[in-house]
Ligand binder design. Sequence first.
Ligand code: ADP
Length: 613
Amino acid sequence: MSAKNRENATGIVVWVNGPVVRARCEAGFRMLEVVKVGGAGLVGEVIGIHGDLATIQVYEDTSGLRPGEVVEGSGSPLSIELGPGLVSQVMDGIQRPLKRLRAAAGDFIHRGVSVPRLDRERRWEFEPRLEKGTMVEGGEILGIVPETPLVEHRILVPIGVRGELVSVAGPGPYTVDEIVARVDACGAEIPLTMRQHWEVRRPRPVRERLMPSVPLLTGQRIIDVFFPLAKGGTAAIPGGFGTGKTVTQNNLAKWCDADIIVYIGCGERGNEMTGVLTDFPQLKDPRSGRPLMERTILIANTSNMPVAAREASIYTGVAIAEYFRDMGYHVAVMADSTSRWAEALREISGRLEEMPAEEGFPAYLATRLAEFYERAGRVVTLSGEEGSISIIGAVSPPGGDFSEPVTQHTKRFVRCFWSLDKELASARFFPSINPMDSYSEYDRSVEAWWQEASEEDFGALKERARSILREDSGLQQIVRLIGEDALPDDQKMTVLAARLLREGFLQQDAFEPVDMYALPDKQVKMLRAILRFCDMGRVLVRKGIPAGRLRDLESYLVLQRMKSTVGNEETDRIDAIVHETEEEMYRTFPIDERDFFAISDRPPAGGRPGGRK
Ligand code: ADP
């Protein structure tokens, strides 16, 4: 039964506990129906029904609300408005555009203030893509609107609509409420505008799901090379306070090669969110040089905003992401932080007097987390395009203790785990992703892409670097006990190689202009250069040269610093560095290039003249 077929129900408030309200209603609300509560018209959602008693979570502050006030049903579930005008917006957890709210209500937004989610006045240049007489189905691209210089908004036929296009508007400026097409669905004419609705908690349908096998490039070496995320994949960034979750999320938002970024600032303190809100508008898109906001949507729900809206914010974010995915875009969703979101669940659950499970979180915490991450994926859309949603959730476990429920449950549902390490962060080693505790299950599936892009045996290169780091991690325990000097020389060489890998490759400063992001070509060349040094070093050590002497080489310093001395566009210089490294080794030590030839995986670069001493 459609909402239009009945009078919307009304009820009377009988009980108020923070954001949770109970109302008695004879005719009955529906589960998940949106309601307006009290004289102020606070927006809420029915989350439980028991007889004629409905439990409602309210998205606005309920101070002053009294029993006896009226609750009005809307007949429809919590939905968002989709259409041109979404990109560049900053909105709250239930999609209220903050800028326009401010214009309507001033700096301190009063409760119950309502402005349309999408601007009703603005005209958008619509250009039809389908002709009159075409049979259409939900999800097809009806026309396009240049929404920002970076985003072409593809107007989709709403899901569920099917029939013959009996009219299509010509190219020209239209508001989101003007009719741009009419569909004849078995005799019933459906007018289409550029604005449509979608329930936030319901995943949008797709034609087919694909394997995530293309990397979402982030420009962060430790992620791209060692713990890659695939387009359509899921990742978690767990870490204690100050370990770099926000900086990492911001970095990914800035540099990752998604077409659209949806950034959900969820329950973080107001001043941290201010950082995001003031930072983002200043950022430039590295590919086009245009403001990054022209392909970004920000959802801001700070810790002092009502908890129920925080609970809704991640669904709002992911539903918007699905809409853009359905246009054939690659979308990256960042949620910072899912722990604050889980706390909102806990608070509401507590007020509902539900039986708590681990650490007071409701028993359905795991299901809710799963539902969120399951909305990621690489798909073929209903219109036959390829699109994807990658979800990256920050987790902030209290006291940095990863055994707590949110981290543990998240770990079950994500396939990439970038574990931030307090010790590394306090040593100012960033990104503080601990290579021993982190993992990515996309490692193998994106390898073919890298192999092709780099024309290298990328898998082997990476594995060699990994084994150095692994070996070193075992040796560090001994080093801590008896010191590095007590190690035999070949092990000293491993420690030296691992140090060079960490300092020269894994470490990457988010605020250093040359190194803030690295293109794949630079990443692969850097890795190869460092491993070349390590291989040659190993040969030298076997010939009796102390590992410590390698550290004194000029090349060691050059390799350690090349991340910030060589820009993305000048990677030829890395080839030159490799060449100079070899030259220095031949010059410094009594060796022959054949020694290297026999042991390392490939002959020295650049067809060197042989027989040098
Ligand atoms: P969290 O969100 O985990 O509390 P932040 O992301 O705010 O931590 O990071 C804390 C500080 O660590 C930042 O202010 C910054 O100085 C430093 N930091 C984190 N990541 C990096 C990075 N990749 N490069 C340089 N500095 C970083």
